[in-house]
Design a protein around this ligand. Structure first.
Ligand SMILES: Cc1ncc(COP(=O)(O)O)c(C=O)c1O
Length: 387
């Protein structure tokens, strides 16, 4: 299906709402039901129609159809955050005594789920270096139910060979879940590579304006219904109609924004690679990236996130660098209009800073929609002040 068609037309029954180009926000908690027989049908299967907005809602429905199609998936569920989507996908596929294999250092709240929440219910997790397929083979146990992936992850951009992991998992009857937030459906299509569930935070590129949270799961119709009937309805973490509308609005411009951001990121990467205070830059589509071959094989592009290591001898240089930026803001997240920086050493006490530890000298940069020259000039003046 054509991306332009999906984004502009799919799922939009404009004649139902006065041919308005923008869809209405169906800000309703419940829906009138005409007959007792219809009510029974909805009680039997809430996935079959509109009953109550903790379940299905027409504004959310438009978004679901578009996001499923963009991923080449049968179906999609949208949650009120990416963390909620991840939680529902994992919870739906494990039970007491089960085992999970996860890539090491997944997103903070995914790790918190594996380390703190699931052990309370007897679910254990083995972390592995997902860059080598043999590590998955070695970690699988008879009670492994889920393989959890994040490709690329969001600091070092480590990749997993999604086709190879999917093939291995299928043979062992294990469900694969991948966090596809770095790429979005526009730059990587995990479902088409055999992955069972693709998750992405919609808070980043889909929303695109740093004003709404959301999370997406795509997969088979049966898998989405299984999650809907249990975790989605039970936790009540489905997206609200107004936020779904904001995400629909963000989606309209997503291809153009990603194209612009990718071009800016390339220029900023070149600037950083040539800067004397920068030791090394990590960006999946840069030829120096350790998994460049796999990145270009399974991703259609890389976008706004890059990391770099500075030649700092003391933490003060990194602190001054970040605090001297005039336009690039220090903040978590990414995917909005505004460029952001995050120093890894923010989690350290200054006395813990060790310049021989690469990670302590690492910063993550997100390039937003500003001009490349504007961002490069900002970085340049901050470097001058920092050392
Ligand atoms: C890689 C990754 N996955 C998942 C999430 C969670 O998404 P949300 O913030 O929408 O809950 C984030 C948020 O930063 C993330 O960076």
């Amino acid at each position: 299906m054509d991306i332009s068609y999906i984004i502009n037309e799919l799922g939009e029954d404009r004649e139902l709402y006065f041919n308005a180009v923008a869809p209405p926000i169906m800000q309703t908690s419940n829906f009138r039901v005409g007959t007792v027989a219809a009510l029974k049908e909805l009680f039997d299967d809430e996935y079959s129609g509109y009953l109550y907005s903790r379940g299905l809602n027409p504004t959310v429905e438009i978004l679901r159809k578009k996001l499923a199609a963009l991923d080449g998936a049968e179906d999609c569920l949208v949650f009120n955050s990416g963390a909620a989507a991840t939680f529902a996908a994992v919870l739906a596929n494990v039970g007491a005594g089960d085992h999970i294999v996860s890539v090491e250092r997944p997103y903070t709240w995914s790790a918190r789920m594996f380390d703190v929440v699931l052990p309370r219910f007897g679910v254990t997790t083995t972390y592995i270096d997902g860059t080598q397929i043999e590590n998955f083979e070695r970690a699988i146990l008879p009670n492994t139910r889920v393989i959890y992936l994040e490709s690329p992850n969001s600091w070092e951009f480590k990749l997993q060979d999604l086709r190879a992991v999917a093939e291995l998992a299928r043979a062992e009857n294990i469900i694969t879940i991948v966090d596809n937030s770095y790429c979005t459906s526009l730059l990587q299509r995990p479902i088409e590579m055999g992955i069972d569930i693709a998750m992405q935070t919609a808070t980043k590129y889909i929303g695109g304006h740093s004003d709404a949270l959301g999370g997406v799961l795509t997969g088979s119709g049966a898998m989405m219904k299984k999650i809907f009937d249990s975790e989605y309805l039970n936790i009540g973490s489905g997206i609200q109609p107004f936020n779904a509308w904001l995400l629909l609005r963000g989606l309209r411009t997503m291809p153009a924004r990603l194209e612009r951001i990718a071009a800016t990121t390339r220029q900023v990467t070149e600037f950083l690679k040539g800067h004397p205070r920068v030791e090394r830059v990590l960006f999946p589509f840069d030829e120096t990236f350790p998994q460049y071959e796999l990145a270009t094989r399974q991703m259609q592009g890389a976008c706004g996130l890059l990391s770099f290591y500075v030649r700092a001898t003391e933490m003060g240089q990194i602190v001054r660098l970040c605090e001297s930026l005039r336009h690039i803001m220090m903040a978590v997240s990414w995917g909005g209009h505004e460029s952001l920086i995050l120093p890894r050493c923010a989690s350290l006490d200054p006395v813990q800073f060790d310049p021989s530890n690469d990670e302590h000298r690492m910063l993550r940069l997100y390039t937003g929609l500003e001009d490349a020259g504007y961002l490069i000039a900002d970085l340049e003046q901050a470097f001058l002040k920092a050392w």
